[in-house]
Design a binder for this molecule. Sequence first.
Ligand SMILES: C[C@@H]1O[C@H](OP(=O)(O)OP(=O)(O)OC[C@H]2O[C@@H](n3cnc4c(=O)[nH]c(N)nc43)[C@H](O)[C@@H]2O)[C@@H](O)[C@H](O)[C@@H]1O
Length: 410
Amino acid sequence: EDAKPAGNKRYLLYDCNPGEGFNLRRDVYMRVANLVKSLRESKSCKGDDWVLVLPPWGRISYHWKEHGMEQSLIPWSMFFNVKSMSGFVPVIEYEDYIEEVGEAVIDELWYLQNYAEGWSSGTWEEKMHERDCIENPVYETDSEGKIRGWFWGYEETYAKTFKCVSVQGMSKLFVKPLCGGNTTAKSVMLDRGENMLHDMFGGKRYWDCRRSMVFADALIKTADQFRSKYLDSDDVRDKTVMPENWKDHKCTEDAIGGPYIAAHVRRKDFLYARKEFVPSIKQVAKVLSEKMKEYKVDKVFIASDGTKEEMKELKSLLPGMFMYKPTKTEKSEFKMGGVAIIDQIICSHARFFMGTKESTFSFRIQEEREIMCFPKHTTFNRICSDEGSDDCEQPAKWKIVWKSDSEIWD
Ligand SMILES: C[C@@H]1O[C@H](OP(=O)(O)OP(=O)(O)OC[C@H]2O[C@@H](n3cnc4c(=O)[nH]c(N)nc43)[C@H](O)[C@@H]2O)[C@@H](O)[C@H](O)[C@@H]1O
């Protein structure tokens, strides 16, 4: 991290709509991290020492509804290497924030929303205003005037003030209001953070931040053991060795990947929400068998949220199929998020990968492969549906960017 500004320590907190899934939340983190980067660099911030407070994981209610598994108050260190992340912008866990501030209190809470009138002019313009709340926000004022709400399950937490803020634009738009413009508060929380867009989606900053999101050691270790035990895969032979510090990494030669192909087979809600693009299990097996021949491997790793029956059917059609099944201990230690990451790590080390259209789970795997220097044709693929409804368009190639912000698409 760049030299610490001499100024005041200030804290930026955020949260997302509870309906947002794990892998979109990882994307929202990047938008907020880039905002913190801009805040630290901006002249209008007068050198304030902005720190990003990581919102504890949990309550990804729809997806992580495993019974009998405690899944709230999860620190980021469970899933990510927080020290690596701090190499991009200073980040701290929420519990450390409470300790530093001395109390579970947030000065200002901004509830981000759209404009009630929509895009009135019909053209895109960046803007931001304090407005009446459009929907009933999930916060209430108690008898002592404290703003109460979910706050990641930390019941004692409250905010001192609350306002709804309509926003249409990139994260940079927040710099002026947060610095001298509208507030000098020590801590500001932006709820519904997903309403803020990327400053430079796919630019160098995006990728630097993405590269800093190294997974937690325990997850990497478990994935590596699986790769070695079942897939004959290790970083040296696969040419996927990563340096200790992500900043030291460069692509000097292509990664090869382990002697297996992999696919992310998203099922569940995609079976109806993305019906026209979701292949049948038979189609998945057919396409993957062909690819195994093409890549001269006899193993295929499957990451999926499909049912046991679906996976049984797939296995019967694809004898070389492997899946990661966490032990009871691993499951309770890593939680659903950690297990998902292990699946993603194993997929990202394969010689060839096929994802699911429009799944952020697949996007994160593609990014991981970009970071590890895999040739693009081995990464940006998906299995088309067997129905005529699928145009079979392949995923956009979001190429990694190492130098200055530049054009990103092919
Ligand atoms: C259309 C949207 O799609 C979004 O899903 P999409 O981007 O795939 O990806 P996520 O938002 O991460 O949601 C998928 C969730 O399902 C689980 N999951 C999916 N695939 C796998 C897998 O291969 N292995 C493991 N271990 N877990 C998997 C995982 O818990 C993850 O948090 C949804 O979050 C939104 O609610 C919405 O439905």
